[in-house]
Design a protein around this ligand. Structure first.
Ligand code: LUZ
Ligand code: MOS
Length: 756
């Protein structure tokens, strides 16, 4: 039986009792903030007239960069992003000022009264244009394995092409927001909907010009993050803190959906160019790729995301000669940011496209090329890491066997023979996703555990609960190590005064990193309690075990319950609190050589996707996605299956219907849920079936239960190629295009594309 446990938040979620920032009862003197943001994508600010807004009854103060006592700078990796624009604006929606008023309605009225005079400057919206104009965030990065350039001449087939994958809106149910409250002596408490409490604390301290210990950040839970709150929850929290510093009154700021869509960055669109070389037996011998990342107007996390694109440029294939380069292109879009997969999906879409192109031109099914090149044990990734515990082939062949792929394929062929108007397509999509922050120094976490004198336990970690159920997993770890029932354990909010210097909850690594810290802290407590129990019961330490809320001696339940033991601990002045620090061992990366062993391990899996295209209308339905996924030894299969399904839906949305559109002037056109569509129950796959691959798991995964947040998103890429196959089936003249999302409009164009 696979282990499972309900999300510990499910009861309060269903009853609407779970607390989010917007649910907090405000102090009576609380004020409300609202951003005034740039009405154009690039320009020089000549003047702004705040006088009418300031004169409005109920407006307390309007803040600009002039009110910053520390540094007007929020850039995380590169200091290139002001909190509030000074004399230039670089994207539509860039914050210029912060209105603080007695109510949200008054703030909104005031915003409409502000007038601005901007001298507009040329706008760049695409990465290609930025590359032409040499507008970059930083220097390009390149990974190299073997010597691709010289190998192409030995290849039997060589193909070149171009791909594009669009951005993606995070669409967390809970929009960005925060509530900042003044405390004593210039200290400020910020309750923030952030994946990175320390990032908020550090940036607030810098902008306010005060030490970090004067900022306390508390996170209850998030109504979704998906990467959108890794860095981009920070500005709003800092703005509110600046206002609190000046006014000494609480300030709340929750972005409405329109403002959130307009002002925040998204998944990076990529334009990419590939060259792929194969031998007659379909072995990929060489792969060259250039990625143009549309980074937006400031760095944000773009350099790290660009790096992960390179790490995933060959997906789960072994290619002996690889040359990959990524340019972070500076444009006039809102700074694009982390989004589940973090550049990995963009990289994987390109190799899958190159394979589809080659297969089409050679005249074989795509899957033959995929199958001929799957990673095997001890293969080398293009960044020098040697692949071990590889499940690429295992998941591929298990999926083919368990879901009877041959039968599925035959049915598709038969269906296509029998039907003119409807065509089916089927694709296989293998994944390999590296687990760890690619920036080695971020791979650490801490846990602080208190056992209270009645035996109940409080667990604090750096993990942020954002719907992924990390708190449930932390509770499971504590429960199993302490040997007590779940009802005795409570997960505390994520608070910078209890757990400091945290990495953001991101990179699929939160449960691994924080779980290992919980495990260490609980083990230390159990060591002490075991010593105490051996004294109390006058027996050898190694005969003692604590489980099922009791002390056991030689496997027999003693008279000493968990509660009795804790009373003894108090009587003997034994410490009942423990803090532990975990840092992933064995990982390293040398950026000067672009080689190393950056990932603790990889997650593997294979999805088989079947679709039916309506060749009259261009509409399509996803019949089924059948997945064999490498969970390792899942510690909570219910939650992990939920992550697979959610990630898959998000991946499918990115590949099929979520179409972000900016005008040539840099204005977001898909600026509401009427123009930006995400998958719903009708457009999702009719069937999703996930079979856990039976594997040993990995020692660096918490309880050998592998990270699950991001990897399954990339199964969604399979849908693109299944649709493409169906289109080709209907229209043999269709020239393969790799331009996602594959919206029904594009499908229709493909269906009726003429030769040449
Ligand atoms: N965030 C980050 C991430 O800062 N570094 C990473 O490597 C990463 N990977 C995936 C998602 N978020
Ligand atoms: Mo991330 S894309 O915040 O794991």
């Amino acid at each position: 039986m696979l282990k499972t446990m309900k999300n510990i938040d499910s009861y309060t979620h269903v009853r609407g009792e779970s607390l989010f920032v917007d649910d907090i009862i405000l102090r009576q003197d609380a004020l409300f903030g609202l951003c005034f943001d740039s009405p154009c994508a690039h320009g020089k600010i000549k003047s702004v007239d705040y006088s009418k807004a300031e004169a409005l009854d109920g407006v307390e103060k309007i803040f600009t960069y002039k009110d910053v006592l520390g540094e007007n700078q929020i850039g995380g990796i590169i200091p290139d992003e002001p909190l509030w624009a000074e004399d230039e604006v670089h994207f539509w929606g860039q914050p210029i000022a912060f209105i603080v008023a007695e109510s949200e309605a008054i703030a909104k009225k005031a915003r409409a009264l502000i007038t601005i005079d901007i001298e507009e400057l040329p706008v760049i919206t695409t990465a290609k244009e930025a590359k032409e104009k040499e507008s970059f965030i930083n220097a390009p990065r390149s990974f190299k394995l073997g010597d691709a350039a010289s190998v192409f001449s030995d290849c039997d087939y060589v193909y070149e092409g171009e791909t594009f994958s669009n951005g993606q809106e995070h669409l967390y149910l809970e929009t960005q927001g925060c509530y900042a409250i003044p405390q004593e002596n210039g200290t400020i408490k910020i309750i923030s909907s952030t994946q990175g409490p320390t990032q908020v604390q550090k940036t607030a301290a810098k902008v306010l010009g005060i030490p970090m210990h004067k900022i306390e950040v508390d996170v209850i839970r998030l109504g979704g993050g998906f990467g959108g709150k890794e860095d981009q929850a920070t500005p709003w929290a800092v703005m509110a803190a600046v206002a609190v510093q000046s006014l000494n009154r609480p300030v709340k700021y929750i972005l409405n959906r329109h403002d959130d869509l307009r002002m925040t960055g998204k998944r990076h669109p990529y334009s990419s160019f590939y060259k792929i070389g194969l031998t007659k037996d379909l072995k990929i011998k060489a792969f060259e790729v250039e990625f143009l990342q549309n980074s937006g107007a400031a760095a944000d996390l773009s350099p790290a995301i660009a790096e992960r694109t390179l790490f995933h440029a060959t997906n789960s294939y072994f290619i002996p000669n690889v040359s990959s380069t990524v340019f972070s292109c500076k444009t006039n879009l809102p700074p694009n940011t982390a989004f589940r997969g973090f550049g990995g999906p963009q990289g994987m879409f390109v190799i899958e496209s190159a394979i589809a192109d080659a297969a089409d031109q050679i005249g074989v099914n795509r899957r033959h090329i995929q199958e001929a090149n799957l990673l095997a044990e001890n293969d080398e990734f293009s960044y020098g890491q040697i692949a071990t515990q590889v499940e690429a082939r295992n998941s591929w062949f298990t999926a083919k066997e368990k879901f009877d792929f041959d039968q599925m394929e035959e049915e598709v062929i038969a269906f296509n023979k029998a039907n003119k108007r409807f065509k089916k397509g089927v694709s296989l999509m293998p994944i390999a996703f590296g687990i760890s922050f690619t920036n080695t120094q971020m791979n650490h976490a801490r846990a602080l555990i208190h056992i209270y004198q009645d035996g109940s336990v409080g667990v604090s970690t750096g993990a942020v609960e954002m719907g992924q159920s990390v708190n449930t997993k932390m509770l499971q770890v504590a429960e199993s190590v302490l040997g007590i029932s779940a009802s005795k354990i409570k997960l505390e909010t994520t608070n910078t005064t209890r757990v400091a210097n945290t990495s953001p909850s991101a990179a699929s690594s939160t449960a691994d990193l924080n779980g290992k810290a919980v495990e260490m802290a609980c083990n230390a407590l159990i060591d002490r309690l075991t010593k105490l129990a051996s004294k109390t019961l006058s027996c050898e330490e190694n005969t003692i075990a604590i489980h099922d809320d009791f002390v056991f001696v030689d496997g027999k339940k003693s008279s000493l319950s968990w509660e009795d033991l804790i009373i003894q601990a108090m009587a003997h002045r034994v410490a009942l609190s423990e803090n532990a620090h975990y840092a992933t061992p064995k990982i390293h990366f040398d950026k000067t050589k672009e080689r190393g062993h950056p990932f603790a391990y990889h997650v593997y899996g294979t999805a088989i996707t079947t679709v039916t295209v309506d060749c009259l209308r261009g509409r399509y339905e996803i019949d089924a996605v059948k997945i064999v996924h490498d969970f390792g030894k899942s510690m909570n299969i219910g939650i992990d299956l939920g992550q697979v399904e959610g990630a898959l839906a998000q991946g499918i949305g990115w590949m099929t219907m979520e179409e972000i559109a900016y005008g040539a002037d840099g204005r977001l056109l898909s600026n509401a849920l009427s123009t930006y569509k995400v998958p719903d129950v009708f457009s999702g796959p009719k069937t999703i079936e996930t079979i856990p691959l039976e594997t040993e798991g990995h020692e660096l995964a918490i309880k050998k239960s592998k990270a699950v947040g991001e990897p399954p998103l990339m199964y969604g890429i399979g849908v693109y190629f299944a649709i493409q196959q169906a289109v080709k089936e209907f229209n043999p003249n269709y020239k393969l295009e790799f331009h996602s999302p594959f919206t029904p409009e594009k499908v229709l164009m493909g269906l009726y594309q003429k030769e040449g």
